[in-house]
Design a protein around this ligand. Structure first.
Ligand code: PLP
Length: 406
């Protein structure tokens, strides 16, 4: 379905989209909708059409749009202090450091402005630690992974993302996801760290195997290899636990966060344990904006809202409900190959490419996303109601039926 086939009145959106195309560096293939405002799980475009948001800005707006406490925090902090640099401390940064390290049971934190920066910093900490122990600097990542778009992140990522950007930084190697024997074969003194998404997000919502993660933890500890969990997409309550690795019963040495940490305010974090953090000295890393008071005040509010037992339980329940219903749809519809996920991080793999399905759903008032070609990614705000989940399911069903009629 092309953009011309949207049956909604999107005149003003289309005008903005066309103006945008004149100057926009064509990186993201944008949908022809311009959004004006949001409230809870709802979005409105500039033409006044209303949508249910099942994407949450790619797993970012976990508390939905215009959350009263988040908005109030931003306004209050904006009136007080926006930025002072990391030469000084501010109350919001100190409070967030305390609460975040405590909730992750990790010792140190460095604040960033994005996920890819969190990844870069994590690699630096891991390498500094490995070198301090006389080890090499190679970082192992998983096939089909995604850690961002900066040079180190693409070096760790899919070969497809590296095309045209050589020279690619050295010291990265991939192994098959969930294959502990492949890891064992690589385990030598040259390996500084291994990085894994407990649930691969961009790769198509693929959870890691429990045994694989536990074996990885055991082998990393035994061989002094740094274990990094990238929880940028799956962390912050998305799976029904504050951090996805809690499902696996193991702890990382380093964990990266971003996305939902600020509910839309750009903020990321690298959390690390005492041992690896010891390798870092003054001047080893830095940032101008990272950890600024407005980002930290917002993240603190978000953390306090999400990190509550009943909130997380509800995420798990709603996730189970969504997955159960989707499995019901799969039993009815041959074109659905698999339903995967944890909590409200759900992927539906289809027999066909899902980009046209996403356009069809958009036309029916639901914002979702296609990833890994054939996967429909559902990462709605965590505050989504059961009624809204039912609306989402009905739109998926109707859209698939209509696409199949063609
Ligand atoms: N790591 C994971 C698992 C992600 O899903 C993403 C973004 O989708 C990133 C890293 C990169 O984050 P950012 O886009 O904020 O740089």
């Amino acid at each position: 379905m092309s953009e011309q086939q949207l049956s909604l009145n999107t005149k003003k959106s289309t005008e903005l989209h066309e103006s945008d195309q004149a100057h926009y560096l064509p990186t993201f293939k944008r949908m022809p909708i311009a959004f004006e405002k949001g409230k809870g799980c709802k979005l409105w475009d500039v033409d006044g059409n209303k949508y249910l948001d099942a994407l949450a800005g790619i797993a970012v707006n976990s508390l939905g749009h215009a959350h009263p406490k988040v908005s109030a925090t931003i306004k209050e902090q904006a009136d007080k202090l926006l930025h002072v640099s990391n030469f000084f401390v501010t109350r919001p940064q100190v409070q967030l450091s305390q609460e975040l390290t405590q909730s992750a049971s990790l010792d140190h934190v460095f604040f960033t402005n994005s996920g890819t920066e969190s990844f870069e910093g994590a690699v630096k900490i891991a390498r500094k630690y490995a070198h301090s122990k006389g080890r090499g600097g190679t970082v192992l990542s998983m096939h089909n992974c995604f850690h961002g778009r900066t040079m180190a992140a693409i070096a760790a990522g899919k070969p497809k993302m590296q095309k045209g950007f050589d020279p690619i930084p050295a010291g990265f190697k991939q192994i098959p996801f969930n294959d502990i024997d492949a890891f064992k074969k690589e385990m030598d003194n040259d390996i500084a760290a291994v990085v894994i998404e407990p649930i691969q997000g961009e790769g198509g919502i693929i959870p890691a195997d429990l045994g694989f993660v536990q074996d990885l933890r055991y082998l990393c500890s035994k061989n002094d290899i740094v274990l990094i969990f990238d929880e940028i997409q799956c962390g912050m309550g998305r799976t029904g636990r504050l951090f996805a690795h809690e499902h696996f019963g193991v702890k990382p040495d380093i964990m990266t966060l971003a996305k939902a940490l600020g509910n839309g305010m750009p903020v990321g974090a690298i959390l690390s344990n005492e041992e690896v953090s010891d390798a870092i000295e003054f001047g080893d890393h830095g940032t101008t904006f990272g950890g600024n008071p407005i980002a930290c005040a917002t993240a603190l509010t978000v953390l306090q809202e999400i990190n509550q037992e009943d909130f997380l339980e509800e995420v798990e329940e709603k996730g189970n409900y969504l997955i159960e219903k989707l499995i019901g749809l799969k039993n009815e519809m041959d074109v659905i190959k698999e339903v995967r996920g944890m909590g409200l991080m759900v992927g539906v793999e289809f027999e066909f490419e899902t980009a046209p399905l996403v356009m069809k759903m958009l036309d029916k008032g639901v914002v979702a996303n296609a990833t890994a070609q054939n996967v429909l990614r559902l990462v709605p705000p965590l505050i989504i109601s059961e009624k809204e989940i039912d609306q989402l399911l009905a739109v998926i069903y109707d859209s698939v039926v209509e696409l199949q009629k063609k």
